[in-house]
Design a protein around this ligand. Structure first.
Ligand SMILES: [Zn+2]
Length: 214
């Protein structure tokens, strides 16, 4: 057994303030967790004519700590503790509000790392609701080169393996769509279009909503 490895395993380095500490299970560090939670707006939602559903986004990307936190999720080492903390933020956002969903669906990742799935997984565990990973990218072959600028051309569809009669059989009508960062909201709209074949109600939840200027 590699004791050195074991030792470094329990030393955690906070992705926000960079401080190292000896504690199992907490990331970011306690101070940064509290700081982010104290500044979060759990009633913040985006609702514009472009979407016919609300997108709840409790964190403010203009905040330095939030920015560092999001970057650490996006590009830092993958950590179940970070995902767990995000799920707690989601859980607090959902608290004491009326929603109508029975399942959680992650927005499919356009990158290699599947953050939305990890966040949705953590949240489904806390809410004890089924996680349905049923969406996939459907590449429109007439549109070559799906670069960043070409995001709008990406379509989503229900995975062929998904039994379309299952929601009706199990009484699932509403979906909670989960993503980490929402920029234009177009991805969510496309996901909703695909899900509309089998679901009726939609709520979207992300950590931050960062329209344009970022
Ligand atoms: Zn910290």
């Amino acid at each position: 057994m590699n004791y050195k490895g074991l030792f470094f395993d329990i030393i955690r380095s906070c992705p926000i303030c960079g401080k190292s500490f000896l504690k199992f299970g907490d990331l970011p560090c306690e101070v940064c967790r509290e700081s982010i939670l104290s500044k979060a707006d759990f009633d913040h939602r985006v609702y514009t004519g472009d979407f016919d559903f609300s997108i709840w986004s409790p964190l403010n990307f203009k905040d330095r700590e939030v920015k560092d936190f999001i970057y650490s999720i996006k590009s830092g080492p993958e950590s179940v503790f970070l995902y767990d903390y995000c799920a707690q933020i989601f859980l607090t956002t959902l608290m004491d509000k009326e929603f109508s969903f029975e399942v959680i669906v992650p927005v499919p990742s356009l990158q290699k790392r599947d953050h939305a799935y990890q966040l949705a997984y953590s949240l489904s565990d806390k809410l004890n609701l089924p996680l349905l990973n049923i969406l996939e990218k459907a590449v429109d072959r007439s549109q070559k080169g799906l670069s960043r600028g070409g995001r709008g051309t990406i379509q989503f569809r229900l995975k062929p393996s998904f039994d379309h009669s299952e929601p009706l059989k199990r009484g699932f009508k509403g979906v909670l769509l989960i993503d980490d960062v929402v920029t234009t909201g177009q991805t969510l709209i496309k996901c909703k279009e695909a899900l509309e074949k089998v679901f009726a109600n939609f709520t979207a939840l992300c950590l931050v909503y960062t329209p344009k200027e970022n």
